[in-house]
Design a protein around this ligand. Structure first.
Ligand SMILES: Nc1nc2c(c(=O)[nH]1)N=C([C@H](O)[C@H](O)COP(=O)(O)OP(=O)(O)OP(=O)(O)O)CN2
Ligand SMILES: [Zn+2]
Length: 148
């Protein structure tokens, strides 16, 4: 990288790139709202009102301006470390409803799981860095959350 800088072959400034990394978490849960009766929960959530598990696939996308010296805006290993702390450690091989305090009163839908991951990553990433959280609950279903 220093060689590139010495030779003056720097990337033009102001180029924004998007970096994504995917991890998989295995977790158990059930869809159940404390605001509803047992009968209402069964009617609304059907089979998903019973305990079951998923191998969730979580793709996190961050954005930033490419540093002309390093050729990147974030080392992928840095993103890996943040995902370990914010996603893998609290969620992998856990019962979301019982082991994760956030879901004590929040229904553990994939939507809310994406929000949890977004908020956890926001705590360790620089402002404006996080762009998108995509969570696959199964091969067929996924949620995209971009904050807000
Ligand atoms: N909007 C949402 N709807 C549902 C969610 C959710 O998170 N957000 N979650 C569920 C259940 O968790 C359920 O486990 C979904 O899994 P499954 O039925 O296995 O999903 P598939 O569509 O992949 O499987 P099929 O065999 O095709 O049914 C329900 N709804
Ligand atoms: Zn489920």
């Amino acid at each position: 990288m220093q060689t590139v800088a010495r030779e003056g072959k720097l990337s033009p400034a102001g180029r924004v790139a998007f970096l994504s990394r995917t991890e998989t978490i295995a977790a158990a849960h059930r869809l159940n709202s404390k605001s509803l009766s047992d009968a209402e929960n069964k009617k609304l959530f059907g089979k998903c009102n019973q305990s079951h598990g998923h191998n969730y696939t979580v793709t996190v996308t961050v954005r930033g301006e490419i540093n002309p010296i390093s050729g990147m805006f974030m080392n992928i290993y840095t993103l890996q470390e943040h995902m370990q702390e914010a996603i893998m450690k609290p969620l992998d091989h856990k019962n979301l409803d019982q082991d994760v305090a956030y879901f004590a009163d929040v229904v553990s839908t994939t939507e809310n799981l994406a929000v949890y991951i977004w908020e956890s990553l926001q705590k360790c990433l620089p402002a404006g860095r996080l762009y998108k959280v995509k969570v696959y609950e199964s091969d067929k279903n996924f949620i995209v959350y971009k904050g807000g």
